[in-house]
Ligand binder design. Structure first.
Ligand code: NAG
Length: 246
């Protein structure tokens, strides 16, 4: 009996490691062609509408909306903030502006923009924001409009069963700027309505400063999305199917 269970488990694990062909909506580009980056941008743009719908075979989650159990916010020293049960909305409208792939340095750059991204979920905050003490937990809405993102990552090539696969290294990086940010934290200060309303007004009037402290919620979400999507395909599809070297 134990033997049988072990067999089933190992079969499942082995099955996940099997390589898959490139999905039909992702078209490769010729690395040595002068218009390689333009080709990557064009093919990336054409693939996006398919990617955002999710593709379970490649472990790509659905992006409309994306559900995240938790988002880590690396806030300032004096502030702790946790977001849980997050629904990230608007990601399916992400637009690609530039793709640059440096196969010698093994580095990829992606510029993207979004007209609107909404994080709807539960927050737990404690500490100081700018100069004011803030404390509370409850439902929240953190929204950014006209957001621009620059995502870059390095990759290594890993040989598995005779084929090479790209693997993202840990030092991926996301820079972003937003046109405007909106915050709504319900139930601040144990539900004290006056204090809560005053704080929300303060946050929204000072959004440019506030986004520096809690904007990590947005950048971590986008980084997770970009990383999950790239790794999903890289893990299953061999390098030689994604890029053409000739
Ligand atoms: C979140 O806040 C934005 C900006 O105020 C607003 O447009 C949007 O409707 C809100 N979303 C929800 C689900 O309340």
């Amino acid at each position: 009996m134990i033997c049988k269970v072990f067999f089933v488990v190992s079969f499942v694990l082995f099955g996940q490691g099997l390589s898959l062909p490139r999905p039909s909506y992702i078209k490769p580009c010729k690395v040595n062609s002068p218009d390689f980056d333009d080709c990557a941008l064009e093919h990336g743009r054409a693939a996006l509408p398919y990617i955002v719908k999710g593709d379970r075979k490649y472990s790509i989650p659905k992006l409309n909306p994306l559900k995240l159990p938790a988002v880590n916010v690396d806030a300032g020293q004096n502030l702790n903030i946790k977001l849980t049960d997050v629904s990230a909305e608007g990601l399916e409208k992400i637009k690609l502006d530039r793709v640059k792939i440096d196969t010698k340095a093994r580095k990829v750059f992606l510029d993207m923009h979004m007209s609107k991204v909404e994080l709807i979920g539960q927050y737990d905050i404690n500490g100081k924001i700018l100069i004011l003490p803030i404390q509370g937990k409850g439902p929240c809405n953190i929204t950014a409009t006209d957001a621009k993102f620059q995502y870059s990552f390095n990759y290594i090539l890993e040989k598995i069963n005779g084929d090479e696969y790209m693997r993202l290294t840990e030092n991926d990086n996301l820079e972003f700027e937003v046109g405007r940010a909106y915050f709504k934290l319900e139930n601040l200060f144990n539900g004290d309505k006056n204090l809560g309303d005053t704080m929300n007004t303060f946050l929204n009037e000072n959004w440019e400063e506030v986004i520096k402290e809690i904007g990590g919620a947005i950048s971590q979400t986008i980084r997770t999305v970009a990383r999950t999507i790239s790794s999903g395909y890289f893990k299953k599809v061999p390098y030689r199917e994604l890029l053409i070297f000739e």
